[in-house]
Ligand binder design. Structure first.
Ligand code: HEC
Length: 196
């Protein structure tokens, strides 16, 4: 039996190794905070789970992904239009970026010097899909999946496609050794602008 010497009404009737427990009243602010959390959880449950008014994390993620996808698609659509009139860049920084992208992504199929391996030679005058800069950009962007050319727009930003397209433009006419033979069609005619 524990002796409640002090007759302290707060002192509980049990003891362990001399440690005794006080039955203090909880501070008011604490109790209110506690009540508030209960009210909050009730409101939360009604709002999100019973009446389905708010989007849960998974739905919110889904929605944000959709918005992101739309933004990306809009940028791609814009690029696809701009592509038609773009000129290859001569900016050193852009070409350097293009060269890096080429080394990492394109070299395995087109060879470091563009002479061609699995993919065709991209330094000669023979083109499967057109010889203009915009033709190159279009093929890099959309790819030719059935022939093994990757659809780069799913993996690269428009600025990167432009950079790598500009870089391979500088490889034209570089006559690398042992190139892949030209695809069996006539060389592209030089681009002539009759209005100039
Ligand atoms: C997995 C192999 C592969 C990779 C990687 C690859 N290509 Fe290709 N590429 C091809 C093939 C195959 C073709 C020919 C498609 C055809 O026959 O229609 C091609 C065609 C092209 C063409 C059109 C050539 C023409 O004659 O009209 C261009 C330009 C081109 N690739 C650029 C690139 C660039 C730039 C990269 C890197 C960002 C790249 N390729 C990466 C396989 C590849």
């Amino acid at each position: 039996m524990i002796m409640n010497d002090e007759k302290d009404p707060l002192l509980l009737d049990h003891e362990a190794d001399g440690i005794r427990e006080l039955d203090n009243k909880l501070p008011r602010w604490w109790v209110w905070l506690f009540n508030l959390t209960i009210a909050f959880s009730g409101a939360y449950m009604l709002y999100y789970h019973v009446f389905d008014r708010g989007a849960l994390m998974a739905a919110e993620y889904q929605r944000e992904m959709e918005v992101g996808e739309k933004v990306k698609q809009a940028a791609l659509d814009r690029f696809e239009k701009e592509m038609m009139t773009m000129q290859p860049s001569t900016d050193r920084a852009v070409l350097d970026e293009g060269e890096k992208l080429f080394t990492v992504n394109c070299m395995p199929c087109h060879r470091a010097d563009g002479g061609g391996l699995v993919g065709p030679n991209i330094t000669d005058d023979y083109w499967i899909h057109g010889s203009e800069f915009k033709d190159n950009l279009r093929i890099i962007s959309n790819g030719v999946p059935e022939k093994g050319m990757v659809t780069w727009k799913t993996l690269m930003k428009p600025t990167q496609i432009y950079a790598v397209g500009s870089y391979i433009y500088t490889l034209r006419g570089s006559n690398p050794p042992n190139p892949k033979p030209p695809e069996n069609q006539a060389p592209a005619q030089p681009e002539v602008n009759i209005y100039e």
